[in-house]
Write a protein that binds this ligand. Sequence first.
Ligand code: DX5
Ligand code: ZN
Length: 217
Amino acid sequence: MVKIAPSILAGDFLHLEKDIRMLNEHADLLHFDVMDGSLVPNLSFGFPIMDAVAPIAEIPMDVHLMIVNPDKYIERFAKAGASYISFHLEAADLAGKGVSEYVSLIHESGARAGLAINPDIPVERLFPYIEEVDFFLVMSVFAGFGGQRFIEDSIERIAVLKAEMDRRGVCKDIEVDGGVSSSNARVLSEAGATILVAGSSVFKAEDPAMAIAEMRV
Ligand code: DX5
Ligand code: ZN
């Protein structure tokens, strides 16, 4: 069954506790979008929010690092309670470092390691890491902002990645992030996505719990 990971970026920061308690009841993971204004053209939040949420989080915390040099912060995010940590392939490219180095750091910190890519990177670039990572994060919008329109191509990209995993007899989670709602949840999970990240479609809904339920396919 597909997991739903609401992105708290779209939550109500003035009443975050209320949102987290609702998600504890209805969601599977808490998705944290950490942006540095350098890898992506926006700033969001970091440790203070995670440290505040951790004591009341009853479901795993999933940290999506949209930052350069993720190796500097991986251990700190794990200490803050992250069970899933993903970083961008573009960050590894920029640093001229191997993806494996970051994956090992995440594993040493005790978290599950995820490799993320933006929509303009060929999905085949993920193939060398299929055995190594615990999950992939396929962006279905360009990383940096919530509330963008879903890029339809993403469905095919997920299917291509899933087919390669099947060919190798490997089964890893595929997380899809950006513009996800009940209108595309089914087609995404049929293509191979196992974790659906959703910001606006959950928090802008009149009934967020219902919006989450409607994405379960
Ligand atoms: C975008 C973030 C997403 C975003 C999802 O850079 O990674 O997690 O918050 O928001 P929606 O669901 O509104 O596209
Ligand atoms: Zn995200």
